[in-house]
Each structure stands twice: as C-alpha cells, then as structure tokens.
Ligand binder design. Sequence first.
Ligand code: SAM
Ligand code: SF4
Length: 341
Amino acid sequence: MTTTFRTPPVAGALEDSFGRVARSLRVSVTDRCNLRCLYCMPEDGIRWFEKSRILSYEEIRRIVSVLASLGVREVRLTGGEPLLRRDLPVLARMIADIEGIEDLAVTTNGLLLRPLAGPLLEAGVKRFNVHLDSLEPSTFKVASRREDHALVLEGLEELERLGAVPIKVNVVLMRGVNDHEILVFAELARRRPYQVRFIELMPLGGGEAMEIEALVPGHEVRRRIEEAYPLEPVGRERPSAPATVFRFRDGVGDIGFINPVTEPFCGDCDRVRLTADGMFRNCLFARVETDLKAILRGGGTDAEIAAAVGAGVASKGPGGCLDLKPYYSDRLARKMWQIGG
Ligand code: SAM
Ligand code: SF4
C-alpha cells in the first residue's frame, strides 16, 4: 500500500543533517477550538493569539508557495480547530492551486464538518482525518468537556455520503477514560469505511489533567483487539507516515497505530509546521522557531523566506519524542493547539 508523491524531491532543498527531506507541511490556521480535550487544552483561562498575529490567507498562500518550490508536496490544515476559521474553503482552494502541491488534507474534530465537508472537497481537499475519542455521548463529554458528540457523527456520515472515503478516525486513548472502547472502535473500523487510528497520548502539558500515567501503549491496544479480531500487518502508507497499518485477518477493514511515545518514528519524519501566528517549526517538539511572519511583514522576499525555512530545516534534531519531560515542564513551550497537531 506504499504511496509516493508524483514528483521527485527538489535536490537538497529541504534536507536536514540526518538526510530527511521535508515533503509535508502542517498549517495551523487558528489556535481556537470548540472542544477542550482533556489532554490538549485547559478548561479555561486560555489566552488566544491576538487577531493581528494570525496569518492572513494571502500570507499563508505565499509561504506555502515558497515551500512548494522547495519540494513540499502535501499540506494538512489543522489547528486548534481549523473549521472554525472563516471561509476555510477559500484557503483550501488557494493552496490546492499552488503548483507542486499534490495532496491537501484536513485534520478536524468534526463538529462543523456537516456543512463544510462539501465546500472543502470542492475546493480541493482530498482527505479528512476526523478526531473522535468516544462513541458514547457521556464519555465524549468527559474527554472533550463538550456535548457535541452527535455533530461529529453527522460530519462523518456527510463525508461518507459525499464519497470522501476512506476516512481516517483519530482516537487518543486515556486509561480509565475511554480505553474501555477499544473494541467498539475496532468494530467501527469493520463496519464503516473508516480507518480507525489509535494515537498514543503525548504528555504535552496542554491539558494539565493528563500525565504519562494515562498513556495506553499501542502494543497493548493491539493485543486487546487481537483477542477478539486477529490482525495482520500491512505496513505504512509511505515510509514517513506516522501510522502502522494492520488489516483484520478476515479482510474486513483496517486499523492504524500511531505510537510516538513507545515507538518514535522521528527517523523517517518528513513533516514541518507553520503555526497560525506565522512561526515555522521543524518538529512538533521543536524548542526553536523561525519567525516567517516577521520576514513577510517586514517586506522580505521569497528568497529570504526560502533561506529562513532552509536554515530551520537544516537545524532539525534527530527527534524529540523521547525527550518529552523537559518539553512538558517548559512553561514557555507552546501547547498542541498553538502548534497544530
Ligand atoms: N482540532 C483538530 C482535531 O482535534 O483533530 C485538529 C488539531 S488537534 C491538536 C490534532 C490531533 O492531535 C487530534 O487528533 C488530537 O487528538 C491530537 N492530539 C492533541 N493533543 C494530543 C496529545 N497530547 N497526545 C496525542 N495526540 C494529541
Ligand atoms: Fe481542540 Fe483538537 Fe485540541 Fe481537542 S485535540 S482541544 S479538538 S485542538
């Protein structure tokens, strides 16, 4: 099931000192969110970015164009909750039209999907990852501190109706909160055209309630599924994909595991990130950022943006996943919703 990009990498353009080439860009379009997932955000007291700090669509387009000229082929819109950003399909169309961009995806909590799925598909979005931590309204409310469970299910149905399949459903398990639903999610993957992907909880410190103790390791999740439904390995969609995919042995559906904590995949990472306030990051766990907004708003040229991005990529470390504790305790570090998950 290996997939590759149509065009080869631009020689040496965005290669780091470990030989990894950046091909995939996550663009956070807002830090705001309509859920308060236990592991991601605090319940209240959040200080949102001031509006003037947020990149305009034209600014995002310009940065993505420069990155595309340097070999980036895939863009994923994320946040915060990306569908909260007004007129998101307009941005999707602007990015889909950029020469070199082959794949445009959205990661969403699904609350606003029903009205927006169609316009986003029409604008050029090819794939959706929908985050859903529970199939039970009461557990959803505990996990996300909001009541909008039915809206997510409606959003998923809309994607199915529009034929935007297979749909990836991201589940973050928290021991004692939603891990009793492992089999129910496995059955969902068998029943519907959804690739359910279990993401290991990273103790990033956004939701102070969630520490490493809540982590349910991917190998445990797999064992618990295999007790009922044997699995066979399929591999990764491409070497840099975070999910290891398994198929149910009877051929009915497949399931993915994203294990950043117990099986870090930094060695094959091809991802870089742009935050909603215009900072370029070479890693989710990066401790240093490059201020592209300052270059843009200071009248910088595309060549200057390219040089800054190139330097940012060149300084990428071997990987941050094993180094979570200092990150977690660093009060200056950005949290997941401020980076773009
Ligand atoms: N709001 C959108 C959503 O929830 O899909 C997009 C942004 S969210 C930060 C992206 C993904 O990151 C979601 O699947 C979410 O579950 C995941 N995520 C957030 N915090 C996490 C954490 N501490 N550990 C693991 N995954 C996390
Ligand atoms: Fe919002 Fe997504 Fe974070 Fe949940 S994981 S609080 S939906 S940004």
